[in-house]
Design a protein around this ligand. Structure first.
Ligand SMILES: Cc1cc2nc3c(=O)[nH]c(=O)nc-3n(C[C@H](O)[C@H](O)[C@H](O)COP(=O)(O)OP(=O)(O)OC[C@H]3O[C@@H](n4cnc5c(N)ncnc54)[C@H](O)[C@@H]3O)c2cc1C
Length: 364
């Protein structure tokens, strides 16, 4: 569904401006679809339920947003959740809720069984994770220290069986250059393909969005500024290397997983193991995982880039709140839909608090 809606009239087909720093392997630059139907992107997304981590929200509060710490937002995550894993409810009820509109179902698999489980799912659609889609398989690592509490890379996975009938059409949705598509189409004729999205968390590069003109039908100017800050490039390279190291583990070998090197003329002149090769590679293959946030961030009055106060009221305009992913002062470390729903739940309490009925007087 996710892929089939791309480049159709069901979504706003936006593109970030072309850049020499990132997405060089994509014909029109990084594609930013936005759901046009009721529910916006929550209706055309991959339905991965991730909250980020506690530090993200504690940091929001530290930045001058009272009542947005992890302790404060947790009840709102629980409120919207209907967690179907009853054993998780028993063990971790303090963190998960039931009865809300948003169904979630964590799958837990022991680490040493993980590869077998993933493979059983990919190959036969069976096993402990057989009831979920491959896009639901996400992993988090800290590429600098195993002891670190917080991740800097998230892995998303897409898998295609050998000879997937509509593979060229699906791949076409990414709008990569023809010479890249051709290599993957050829590969899929003989092999199953696991595409790993090495996803940068908490990027240091910042972008902006502007109106292109006074015509509301003109698409906005999206300056993503991906990979402008070199620390982001370095983290992505560590994330790629971390995953490549797993290819040498027995589990990957047992399943005959092999790395496929996509030929990119400019990068192929460089030593395959070098930092400069991988920098070249990420500048070609990088794109979005569809989680832009922060264009109308909340923050204290003294922060000139904060247009909202911490109750999401727009400064300088009476009676207007902004309630969506744009209010995040920093992106969370993960996917953004569950956090956006939490923001909606919290905003509804701000409004109820403001308009709560005035208690009737019982005496003169
Ligand atoms: C393809 C895709 C996959 C995703 N997968 C996941 C996932 O698996 N898990 C997850 O947690 N998050 C995912 N996300 C991100 C998540 O869906 C969003 O962060 C979340 O929905 C943001 O909600 P929002 O209300 O801030 O914005 P949106 O849901 O984007 O709402 C913006 C609204 O503005 C409207 N709009 C846009 N342009 C115009 C215009 N010019 N004129 C009028 N209206 C306009 C849109 O139609 C939409 O209704 C995904 C996003 C996409 C695009």
């Amino acid at each position: 569904m996710l892929m089939h809606m791309m480049n159709t009239s069901h979504v706003w087909n936006y593109y970030a401006e072309k850049s020499p720093l990132a997405s060089k392997g994509y014909k029109k630059g990084s594609y930013w679809p936005r759901g046009k139907m009721l529910g916006g992107c929550s209706s055309n997304n991959a339905m991965i339920y991730v909250r980020g981590n506690s530090r993200d929200y504690d940091r929001w509060e530290e930045l001058g947003n009272p009542t947005w710490s992890w302790k404060d937002v947790l009840p709102y995550f629980k409120k919207s959740e209907d967690n179907g894993a009853y054993h998780i409810q028993e063990e971790k009820g303090a963190f998960h809720g039931v009865g809300g509109p948003l169904k979630s179902r964590p799958i837990t698999v022991k680490v040493d069984e993980l590869m077998d489980s993933i493979y059983s799912y990919f190959r036969y659609g069976m096993g402990p994770i057989g009831s979920i889609g491959s896009t639901d398989l996400v992993g988090f690592v800290n590429t600098q220290s195993q002891a670190a509490r917080f991740p800097d890379i998230q892995y998303h996975h897409f898998v295609y069986k050998a000879k997937t009938p509509d593979f060229a059409t699906i791949l076409g949705k990414f709008e990569m250059e023809d010479y890249i598509n051709a290599q993957l189409i050829e590969l899929n004729k003989k092999a199953e393909i696991l595409i790993v999205f090495v996803t940068l968390l908490n990027p240091k590069s910042n972008g902006n969005i502007k109106l292109r003109s006074a015509n509301p039908y003109d698409p906005p100017v999206i300056n993503a500024n991906y990979l402008e800050d070199h620390r982001d490039v370095a983290t992505l390279i560590r994330g790629i290397r971390y995953f490549r190291r797993m290819l040498t583990t027995q589990n990957f070998k047992d399943h005959e997983m092999e790395e496929f090197k996509i030929g990119i003329p400019e990068c192929d002149k460089l030593d395959f193991e070098s930092d400069s090769y991988w920098e070249c590679y990420v500048r070609y293959m990088s794109t979005t995982i569809y989680h832009p946030v922060g264009t109308a961030k909340m923050g204290p009055a003294e922060d000139p880039s904060a247009v909202l106060d911490s109750t999401l009221k727009l400064r300088g305009v009476d009676g207007l709140r902004v309630v969506d992913a744009s209010i995040m002062p920093n992106i969370v470390s993960g996917n953004t839909n569950a956090p956006t729903i939490m923001i909606g739940e919290k905003a509804s309490d701000f409004i109820k608090e403001q308009y709560k009925p005035i208690p009737k007087k019982t005496e003169l």
